[in-house]
Design a protein around this ligand. Structure first.
Ligand SMILES: Cc1ncc(COP(=O)(O)O)c(C=O)c1O
Length: 416
């Protein structure tokens, strides 16, 4: 398969996402200017230039003070922080009466909040799948320290999915009357597998609290928290829209959040602390979980980023990523042979434009970054472009099958 026409014939859904190509030219012009093809969607999304301009405008046209006060500048910051919280809830279709948004540094920060505060106890369980991010694995240290049992649910080769029976058996181990936490990634950063969101209710029915790690999932998949009511959902916003870095969130179900006990207190998390009486009174959530001063100048950029993604449509992003994912999977078997022939046929300027590239651990990363013409000469994970990026060699886990379903049928194989 050597040209774009053939590619779209085989992947008709791709053509329905062509708005992304115009957007790329308009709002991500630096990619072409710098000759970049960027595929690292889960590692970190790319910001649109309009996001940065919109944020700069907010900063240039307002005066913001530390939100821990009541003066007009503080109120202005508080107003934008609260409106950002609201927009996050809306993005994930979460009812504010049921969920709250706790700002953190990143998904790992959100996970640490759960780990350090979850009431593990002797007899309680921390259950997690093999394919979690290390920041989810790390919670086991808190579980161990409090005497809880830690159990892993294996994933099975070759496609690295969890065996349904072994999950059912594992979910039976939760001790009634104790605090049991089940953690899994909605999309594994390790294998790119999308695990069923239906597990949440299955686990709830057996008394588990559920931590759904959505850090790798959220950039390319809609998550509807009115339907899939996970108790804790950690996120990093730079993964969804690239800018700002340094802000994540824990979306938490208020009812289960009440169970958490923070191991310390800090400025902003309490209403009163007595110096002599060794007492303190925690503030209400989310303030009780946000240590010190929030990143109040950058948080408004999260709302801008969410608005940007909404304007594109997460469905469109999902669709394009799905095409790439299936195409890559189909191509993997013959890609070395194909790229060997393509390397002989591409014009020199096209070759220059395709370097350097970033290839990382999963296949679910190319959306806005892929131009309409790219399929004629996609980044080769086995060719010279990939090896031109030091330290980012193609992982053996890349391009594995997921349960993504294309909106229209795609062939299981494509001919070279
Ligand atoms: C599934 C998953 N969880 C958690 C994280 C941690 O995110 P961060 O490094 O932003 O804290 C990542 C980052 O790649 C991830 O992919």
């Amino acid at each position: 398969m050597h040209d774009y026409a053939e590619f779209v014939q085989k992947y008709p859904a791709y053509d329905r996402t062509h708005d992304l190509d115009e957007l790329r030219e308009r709002d991500y012009a630096r990619l072409d200017r710098l000759g970049q093809i960027y595929l690292d969607y889960t590692g970190g999304g790319l910001y649109a230039e309009s996001q940065v301009r919109a944020h700069q405008k907010v900063l240039a046209e307002n005066v913001f003070g530390n939100p821990h006060s009541t003066n007009p500048t503080s109120q202005a910051a508080t107003h934008l922080i609260e409106s950002t919280r609201q927009s996050i809830l809306e993005f994930f279709n979460a009812d504010p009466a049921e969920y709250t948004v706790i700002f953190s540094l990143n998904a790992s920060g959100a996970l640490k909040l759960v780990g350090e505060s979850y009431p593990f106890q002797p007899g309680s369980h921390y259950l997690l799948t093999f394919d979690n991010h290390n920041s989810v694995n790390g919670i086991r240290e808190y579980a161990h320290a409090k005497g809880a049992e830690v159990t892993y649910v294996p994933v099975a080769l070759p496609d690295m999915r969890v065996d349904t029976e072994s999950l059912a058996t594992s979910l039976e181990i939760g001790t009634a009357g104790k605090n049991n936490l089940f953690a899994y990634p909605a999309q594994s950063n390790f294998s790119a597998v999308l695990h069923p969101l239906e597990w949440i209710e299955r686990a709830h029915a057996l008394g588990w609290d559920v931590l759904l790690d959505a850090a790798a999932f959220a950039p390319t998949n809609p998550l509807d928290l009115s339907k899939y009511k996970a108790d804790f959902v950690p996120l990093s916003f730079y993964k969804i829209f690239g800018y700002p870095t340094g802000i994540g969130a824990l979306l938490a179900r208020r009812e289960v959040l009440k169970k958490l006990h923070r191991p310390w207190f800090a400025g902003g998390t309490i209403t009163v602390a007595s110096v002599q009486g060794d007492k303190y009174y925690l503030a209400e959530a989310p303030a009780a979980f946000e240590d010190g001063t929030l990143d109040y100048l950058n948080i408004p950029a999260v709302e801008i980023g969410l608005k940007h993604i909404r304007s594109i449509g997460l469905e469109t992003i999902h669709e394009r990523v799905g095409c790439w994912r299936v195409w890559r999977k189909c191509a993997t078997a013959r890609e070395c042979r194909w790229h060997a022939s393509m390397d002989r046929s591409i014009p020199p300027n096209a070759a220059a434009r395709s370097r350097p590239i970033s290839l990382t651990r999963t296949a679910s990363r190319s959306t806005i970054a892929s131009s309409r013409q790219r399929p004629t000469r996609p980044p080769s994970p086995c060719g010279p472009a990939a090896s031109a990026t030091p330290g980012r060699a193609r992982s053996p886990w890349a391009f594995r099958e997921s349960n993504w379903q294309p909106a229209s049928p795609v062939p299981a194989t494509i001919s070279a």
